[in-house]
Design a protein around this ligand. Structure first.
Ligand code: ATP
Length: 290
């Protein structure tokens, strides 16, 4: 796609002129991207920001369960909906409309249409930050998001295993190629603190610098690390993101959120200095399939 073609396309961020959209992605599934998204959303809300979350993982949605927001959205006038809200966070997911066990099998254009409705037909109100929980990998939805949200900031979540961070590099490079601003990497399940010896065990990484080295390759910072904790999993499963219950982990998330906002501030300053052509160009080949 050329810069001109991309400019004439309807872009979703037009629905949110005053909102910063943060797309949260991972190279592979199971690294805790949705858990991190949910906890970051409640952290930002706790810091006083107005926050919305779109679950862009249409087939593999899990946010309604993790955030404990399983109620159906309210249909207003036959075409727009009021999203569920909890602790100052609004959220919409495919899981808000279908049963958790219902199989979904749609091709790209249908996914694109559903995501567009999440942006256009939901009464979000004024938001400071809209977090987008992306499906894992570099598939159709990632490409659509990169095309439709040229000003979005991009955050990678990975665990310290080589199998996870190596595929994250691919997604990070794709984001960079399509001129997305990568803000940084969040390391999840970074270490485990033993109940008995209180030592940190780096279960998933050969070295504790694995994710730092990966972030260096992409030229972006590590925004922070979250430990592997049974409590994170068990609270998530029962619909209470850990930051609402555990002050120590809430502090870790606050550090990450502050680092993220600082990076956004720096990127905004750099954007003001960039030539216009560079701000709008997009190098994805092919159409805008979703
Ligand atoms: N730091 C952590 N400590 C312990 N368990 C965690 C941690 N982070 C996430 N988990 C658990 O790991 C599992 C996978 O997390 P999650 O669903 O957030 O991953 P994901 O990357 O979004 O996966 P997918 O993209 O495949 O949906 C969940 O059971 C979650 O509770």
């Amino acid at each position: 796609m050329t810069a001109n073609e991309s400019n004439t396309e309807q872009r979703w961020e037009g629905f949110f002129p005053n909102t910063k959209v943060i797309a949260i992605g991972s190279g592979k599934g199971g690294v805790g991207k949705s858990t991190v998204t949910a906890n970051l959303a409640f952290t930002l809300a706790n810091m006083g920001y107005k926050v919305g979350v779109i679950d862009a993982d249409i087939y593999g949605f899990s946010l309604p369960r993790i955030m404990g927001m399983t109620e159906q959205p309210e249909l207003i006038d036959g075409k727009s909906i009021n999203p569920p809200e909890k602790n100052g966070v609004k959220m919409v997911s495919m899981g808000s409309f279908v049963n958790e066990e219902q199989p979904l099998a749609w091709r790209g254009p249908v996914l694109h249409g559903i995501l567009e409705q999440f942006f256009r037909d939901v009464n979000w109100g004024e938001l400071d930050y809209l977090l987008l929980d992306m499906p894992p990998g570099t598939g159709d939805v990632a490409l659509t998001v990169f095309q439709q949200l040229p000003k979005a900031y991009f955050v990678l979540v990975t665990t310290p295993q080589a199998t996870a961070y190596n595929v994250s590099i691919r997604l990070g490079l794709l984001a960079a190629q399509t001129k997305k601003d990568n803000i940084g990497v969040i390391e999840n399940m970074a270490y485990f603190i033993c109940d008995k010896c209180s030592e940190k065990h780096y279960i998933f990484g050969d070295t504790k610098d694995a994710v730092k080295n990966m972030a260096d390759k992409l030229g972006i910072p590590v925004l922070g690390s979250i430990p592997l904790r049974t409590e994170i999993r068990s609270l998530s499963d029962s619909g209470t993101p850990v930051v609402l219950e555990n002050e120590e982990i809430a502090e870790d998330y606050k550090t990450i959120a502050n680092n993220m906002l600082e990076q956004i501030k720096n990127i905004d300053m750099m954007r003001m200095l960039r030539p216009t052509e560079e701000k709008t160009s997009c190098s994805i080949s092919g159409g805008s399939s979703g």
